[in-house]
Design a binder for this molecule. Structure first.
Ligand SMILES: *[C@@H]1O[C@H](CO)[C@@H](O)[C@H](O)[C@H]1NC(C)=O
Ligand SMILES: *[C@@H]1O[C@H](CO)[C@@H](O)[C@H](O)[C@H]1NC(C)=O
Length: 367
């Protein structure tokens, strides 16, 4: 190279060798070029930060979480702590998912040790010890049903407000005593139920992947475990989701509604088929499939609808239970006859559930 110490090509050489359209670069020094590259890089970095900081769109935000994860995965970087960007609310109707939540109380070996046929997961608020105790002493206490092992877990988030530390102490004691608590580090509230459900899916896939079936059931429900096992013994083993299936569920556009979804978030009038969230059962292979699908679906706060949207994305339709009248999501009056036939039901609040359990379990004719 014959030109000045710092330039790539001398102006003459350059004009001679480059086509006319590129001649404006002639005379660029190496210093200029380094500066140019730095500016391009700075613009790139600014653009990335800017889209995540100002956009109300959901996609760039979680994509960033994912790209950060990917950038840090190589072995030589694995010792560095993963620093996530500061929390920014995705707005009132979306939730912070996918996100790298972790478990603050865990039972990593339970499924490996007991090899259950069915895992029951009950989402419950951390301070709702009363419901956990009722469940443990009723349907949740059935660990061997028709020769099949059933394993119960309660899924909690983090309590917010005063007395959090004392509550956490109590939860650790409770976990030691019963070995059935799983707690993750998201704030436990109604608006975060989608996070709870997806964290449940992640947990099941990670720690119970050898288990054939799982059920998500709310803490105020009644469950007839033998009827459930009977149904599962004759059910599909993959891509299976059942419960009370809602078809043509209307999207509620009244902002005062508990289940309001703005048109900007979901423009269609009806949701795809989904299974009511109070009680649904799925083959455990779906846990992994749904976690994958969730990365492509807007994480709306209605957890059962969100699962339905993921199923639609996967083109897997939910299955109706073989017998109608197996699932009730509106309060049903207790009778030994009714409760002996169904699988899951919402009892009236005033029902003493421990008494009802003893009543339904005693011997003698049901109806
Ligand atoms: C949902 O959980 C996230 C993560 O813990 C938290 O930052 C957010 O405030 C929670 N949402 C609500 C409505 O409390
Ligand atoms: C099992 O399911 C099939 C169809 O899904 C049905 O025809 C059969 O009667 C069921 N068997 C029992 C024992 O319920």
């Amino acid at each position: 190279m014959t030109g000045g110490a710092n330039s790539f090509l001398s102006p003459d050489e350059c004009v001679g060798r480059l086509p006319p359209s590129h001649r404006r670069f002639c005379g660029l020094s190496r210093g200029h070029l380094v500066f140019f590259v730095l500016v391009v890089f700075a613009v790139f970095v600014f653009y990335r930060t800017d889209t995540t900081a100002t956009s109300s769109d959901w996609r760039p935000k979680w994509l960033t979480h994912y790209s950060i994860k990917t950038w840090r995965t190589p072995q030589n970087l694995s010792s560095e702590p993963i620093t996530l960007p500061p929390y920014k609310s995705p707005g009132p109707y979306l939730v912070e998912y996918p996100y790298k939540y972790h478990f603050t109380i865990n039972e990593p070996y339970a499924c490996k040790k007991y090899k259950p046929f069915l895992v029951l997961v009950v989402p419950v608020a951390p301070n709702n010890r009363a419901h956990r105790d009722i469940i443990r002493s009723t349907w949740g206490g059935e660990s061997l049903v028709l020769g099949k092992v059933v394993q119960l877990f309660f899924l909690l988030g983090q309590q917010s407000g005063v007395g959090v530390e004392e509550l956490q102490e109590k939860l650790l004691e409770e976990s030691k005593e019963y070995g059935d608590l799983i707690q993750s580090n998201f704030v436990d509230c109604y608006k975060n139920l989608t996070i709870k459900t997806m964290v449940m899916m992640e947990w099941l896939d990670t720690y119970c992947s050898g288990t054939p079936y799982a059920m998500k059931i709310d803490s105020d429900m009644f469950l007839n475990v033998p009827n459930l096992i009977r149904m599962l013994l004759n059910s599909t083993k993959t891509n299976y989701l059942t419960g009370l299936v809602v078809r043509g569920g209307a999207v509620l556009r009244d902002p005062k509604s508990k289940w309001y979804i703005p048109a900007s978030l979901y423009p269609r009038e009806f949701f795809p088929p989904y299974v009511y969230g109070m009680a649904y059962i799925f083959s455990l292979d779906l846990a992994k499939t749904l976690v994958e699908a969730s990365k492509h679906v807007k994480p709306i706060y209605l957890e059962d609808v969100f699962v339905g949207l993921c199923m639609q994305h996967l083109r897997i339709p939910p299955t109706d239970p073989p017998t109608s009248g197996s699932f009730y999501v509106l309060p049903v009056k207790y009778s030994r006859c009714t409760f002996s036939k169904l699988i899951a039901a919402m009892p009236f609040e005033y029902l003493n559930r421990v008494w009802a359990w003893i009543d339904v379990k005693k011997s003698g004719p049901y109806c």
